[in-house]
Design a protein around this ligand. Sequence first.
Ligand code: PLP
Length: 480
Amino acid sequence: MRSHLLNDTTAEQYRRSVTDGVERVAAKLAATDRPFTGISVDALSPRIDEIDLDQPLHDTTAVLDELEDVYLRDAIYFHHPRYLAHLNCPVVIPAVLGEAVLSAVNSSLDTWDQSAGGTLIERKLIDWTTERIGLGPAADGVFTSGGTQSNLQALLLAREEAKSNDLAELRIFASEVSHFSVKKSAKLLGLGPDAVVSIPVDHDKRMQTVALARELERCAKDGLVPMAVVATAGSTDFGSIDPLPEIAELCEQFGTWMHVDAAYGCGLLASLKHRDRINGIERADSVTVDYHKSFFQPVSSSAVLVRDAATLRHATYHAEYLNPRRMVEERIPNQVDKSLQTTRRFDALKLWMTLRTMGADGIGQLFDEVCELARDGWRLLAADPRFDVVVEPSLSTLVFRYIPAAVTDPAEIDRANLYARKALFASGDAIVAGTKVGGRHYLKFTLLNPETQASDIAAVLDLIAGHAEQYLGESLDRAS
Ligand SMILES: *Cc1c(COP(=O)(O)O)cnc(C)c1O
């Protein structure tokens, strides 16, 4: 069994084994003609159920053959140009190379004595990000597992900085299209059930700052404490960007922590054309970025950034075996003092490899391309009488629904759209997402693949219309 340990004596086996795996994936990527095979849960689960984990195969080739059957063949492939569903990007090769290196060396980024250079590389990337945001000289941050964790940590700091210890009094203000992790965080932070005040959005799905001002005033009048305003820079559904400068003004006026959730919109930090769309982000107290959404990085790669490094102390605890206080005096850097996690992946290496190979402009160019593609998609949808499209994209999502000329019952239109999404998924030809707008079912494209063409969008719209028409036809038959 020692032959499976990665060390000086097994370097050759490591090379062979990993190369075999890479070959399989490369062959798969080259041969994939659809984002999905369309397999059902019922068809796939017996294959996994019947495997006895207590009966190992011992042989890598056999294990890879089996993996083909239980995973690779039927996985969802984000690199395919007709994967248009969620905020999953195709990944860049330098980052995948980084992933291979980081898992083999297996540094843990909690302390210097488990990572050495890794700690410094992560710090440099944090500084690079805070400079791009413009957070100022006292800024800092840390890599996290994702936007959910980044939002939680930011709101933890906001809670500790709030002007009241009475958790029942604290209020968080976020738009009605903000990410659900804001509510989840409020719960984890022990706030009351009414802690998150939902602020309505305008026609473009941006937070209405007049309503925000009114709610902040009401909060003060009721003797409650505004803990934080969460501004969304790129809402998950619409890519809409809240008016950051106006929100910053209100936060200053009411003495409130400003958190910018740029999990999706952070790609604009590298953009060559549209950086100005997130102007005002530099006034935040904390910012969430998801490199695994708009920097073309593999999951996980995310960070939380803060204006004032000192606020990170709210996550600091000392353990004699790990990060005793004397280490601070000896000026030995560690990241665990800033993190909710202890043992932590060296995800920063992926971004490092990406920036060192492609440069930030390379990433920005790819993100600009998908934003441009979304504009093309918008024009297609706006000109197509078969569809109703919701807002002009500020990033790269399109929310729309099929509206058959002959049908007026909105519930029937809902069912046709739900059916079309399901049928498309089952066909594997393309994958789209769905959401609700004004209580009605809509479909969504999240465009993060520069390889997707306007012609793909047009073709997928035809497929959707085809499935929806088929549903409506059968529904008529059922009725008659
Ligand atoms: C995706 C997303 C999150 C959550 O990020 P994860 O990396 O999925 O945890 C938070 N906020 C917004 C706006 C998002 O789009």
